[in-house]
Design a protein around this ligand. Structure first.
Ligand code: HXC
Ligand code: NAP
Length: 301
């Protein structure tokens, strides 16, 4: 089921006509809803993920609901050669005008329980993968003198750390610095960099790995969130459209929290898991592993 109707968006119909946007990890969750918003507003949209069937089904679902053109591409952004191939294919239809670095991997774990492969499983997607996608696009924009907007989806942990999600917090913090650095380095050549730091927006992918055992439907908001609720998909989608569109042309190098004020009150992370003992961690790990196995079985790249 799709998440949005045109009435959920703050912008005039056709706002993004002529724009071409790539959203990594756009087959599910927040990436899917941002793809939907761009499509509704008239952009041509590309979404990628490792599960080819998922991105293709999402592209079809969104086009059936809203018309327009959305293309699903199977690509593992941990593989620089695969990124280069995807970007080459996308550019063959014309240059992108925007990129959303949204794909991510994450799971809660005591840091002392992480193996090198566990750290790499996350950092190779978030830190390295997002950088290489940005670089492939950036080189083309610079060579052609094109203007573009890059939006990276981070977390509020970039400001105050992420206990029990350390590889994710470190990787997202790296992307925060990439955002600030390239905003300066490439800003005078027409390429803007901004980021969004969402608080909790219930998605299957995140909840299965960060809140294992609790379904997204039944999940109550963390009582420490000042607004006393989780985020709504349309709220995130509206912010992403704003940052992508030339209407926000003077906003550059910013990371904007959309978390109901959560990180200001409680840090917004998983510090509360300090109370867990071995049995809770074992149950979480088993639950996360079974989700990972189920998803891995659907991968086509
Ligand atoms: C400790 C774990 C673990 C766990 C996996 N590993 N789960 N270690 N605790 N719970 C270890 C494994 O044991 C293995 O190391 C290594 O990680 C790789 O595991 P694989 O299952 O082979 O990894 P892979 O198939 O590459 O999958 C990548 C993944 C997976 C990151 C582990 O979760 C994934 O594909 N995620 C994509 C979607 C996702 O995570 N979405 C949530 C985004 S939410 P060893 O040494 O044993 O071989 C988000 C922020 C939300 O980012 C913020 C909320 C406020
Ligand atoms: P999600 O549905 O699990 O989204 C992650 C997406 O990334 C999936 O579509 C996944 O598809 C894709 N992906 C993972 N590894 C990839 C790879 N190597 N190559 C290409 N695609 C890959 O979770 P979500 O909640 O929507 O998260 C989206 C973004 O929001 C992430 O950056 C996350 O950190 C951020 N975020 C979410 C929340 C929240 O509350 N939901 C809060 C803060 C930040 P495949 O598995 O098919 O590859």
């Amino acid at each position: 089921m799709t998440d949005l109707t045109p009435d959920d968006l703050m912008f005039r119909p056709g706002l993004m006509k002529g724009q071409r946007i790539l959203i990594t990890g756009g087959g599910t969750g927040l990436g899917k809803v941002m793809a939907e918003a761009c499509l509704i507003l008239g952009a041509e949209v590309y979404i990628c993920g490792r599960r080819g069937g998922v991105v293709e089904a999402t592209a079809k679902e969104l086009m059936d609901a809203h018309g327009g053109k959305c293309t699903g591409v199977a690509c593992d952004i941990r593989v620089p050669e695969a990124i280069a191939e995807m970007i080459e294919t996308v550019w063959a239809d014309g240059p992108l005008t925007g990129l959303i670095n949204n794909a991510a991997g994450n799971f809660i774990s005591r840091t002392e329980d992480l193996s090198a492969r566990g750290f790499d499983a996350i950092s190779n997607i978030v830190f390295r993968g997002s950088f290489f996608v940005t670089l492939e696009c950036g080189k083309r924009w610079l060579a052609a003198g094109d203007h573009a907007s890059v939006v990276s989806i981070l977390t509020t942990w970039v400001w105050n750390g992420g206990p029990f999600t350390v590889p994710s917090a470190m990787s997202k913090a790296g992307l925060n610095v990439m955002t600030q650095s390239l905003a300066v380095e490439w800003g005078n050549r027409g390429i803007r960099f901004n980021a969004i730091a969402p608080g909790p927006f219930p998605t299957e992918g995140a909840w299965a790995r960060l809140n294992p055992g609790a379904g997204t439907e039944s999940e109550k908001a963390d009582p420490t969130i000042p607004l006393n609720r989780n985020g709504e998909m349309r709220e995130l989608a509206n912010l992403a459209v704003y940052l992508l569109d030339p209407g926000s042309a003077y906003v550059n190098g910013q990371t904007i929290a959309i978390d109901g004020g959560s990180h200001l009150k409680s840090g917004g992370g998983f510090g509360r898991l300090s109370e867990w003992g071995d049995s809770e961690w074992e149950a979480a790990r088993n639950s996360i592993r079974s989700t990972n196995e189920k998803d891995r079985a659907q991968r086509t790249v």
